[in-house]
Design a protein around this ligand. Sequence first.
Ligand code: BG6
Length: 516
Amino acid sequence: MAAHPTTAFDINVQPADGGSRYKLTEEKMATITIFGATGDLASRKLFPAVYNLWNSGFLPKKIAVVGVARKPKTDAQFREEMCEALKKHSRSTDGLGDACDPFVSNLYYQQVEFHDPAAYVKLRERLEEIEKKSNMPGHRLHYMAVAPEYFAPIIEQLSAAGLTRNNNGGPWSRVVIEKPFGHDLDSARALNNRLSKAITEDQIYRIDHYLGKETVQNIFAFRFGNAIFEPLFNQKYIDHVQITMAEKVGMEGRRGAFYDQTGALRDVVQNHLLQLLCLVAMEPPAISGAKPTRDEKVKVLSAVEVPKGEPLDRWSVRGQYTEGPGVKGYLSEEGVAPDSITETYAALRLRIDNWRWAGVPFMLRTGKCLKERVTEIAVQFKQPPTHYFRDYGIAMPQPNMLAFRIQPDEAISLRFNAKPPGMSMQIAPVNMDFNYGESFKTELPEAYERLILDALRGDSTLFMRSDEIDYAWQIATAIAEEWKDAPPPSLYRPGTWGPQEADRLFETCAGKWRTP
Ligand code: BG6
């Protein structure tokens, strides 16, 4: 009897090789410098990510991570602080022990005044000394976890000090740049221009941590690893797409000053939401890899249309949260101007003007201090073309809905209609659910783990190219332009789903905002 073919339906939790093709050997490992090492991002996300990669064997045992910042500090102090941070923030504390040894013995600290050329010469000497001592090959990954105004000055200084060499076949250097990449189209272009004089595009890894989320990458697997859904992903079958990124938190007492200069559009629409839109809307690249994938995303972004000619309140709503039970109003947050009109909520109806998506509204929504923390993409299909059940006195069945739950309770759910048992003909919606927790009994890695590993491996698929950033800013800037002379944001109470006015965005299409 012929052997039973391996069924594609078996859930294979780990890659057959345990992910070994992603493991870095000593010759391929880079020295990592983290600029902004004393900041929040570094202690909450970056060092824990490096620890988890190291602890799960993706990095060699001997590594060198150099924290760089302006405060004076010894290696010993820094190791102690990072040990505390790991105990607090790492998703796994397995193997950490009391003193976090031996992991923290791989950490070093170097004080650098960001505008002082001599400090970069010292940094280079320090890196050479550490690399020699640890027998490391001299590749370098510089991570910019600093305020955006320092991105260009630091990278220019690194380049001037010979810290960005990129020898073909020899030691390489790469730079990871955090968001926000620019404040608008002009500043993003100016930054891209400045960087292009110091380093080459292939050395730049512009991060959007949403792309590192397991569930976001799973959109690739779902769309391009299954043959049954992709033929339906177009204007013939899809009524509209809703992308929601809702947060329960407000300013958390520390982000007011930054946020007030930024607002929801620049903080998350320009990057996270447009990236999610790209992933649901892009064409399947012919082959995998950074260039084909990013080319397709760029095509989507270049086809996004802001419905400028339409009345503003039909396609965009801005909101700002007021005071609520136990929650300060936005205007009372530290660092926020008392008469600020910065939006803490934004809802948009955009179009993608291409063959696949013409006429399909893409509804985007995000906000702070909303009812739940949830990010999801919901694809609503069209109604059946005829109402077969009319004569039974049954209402038109609900349209099919495919929902990608990005976080929390990561899942994919497909809603379809079924007949509840009984003598009468009835139609009721039911769900077919795939739940990460139940199907893959394993903890999901953090987005930063994936992205740091990719940057070390030289895979830029999940990072943004300069033209992608440019198109995303063109969209955000066009929206901001339309908002310039608009009335101030509508107010909403914390713990709700945002301003009622957002419902108007559905006036020209079927459906309503989901309450996930
Ligand atoms: C950041 C934004 O990029 O993403 C924050 O600046 C937001 O305002 C955060 O809170 C949300 O990230 P996550 O991973 O918690 O959804």
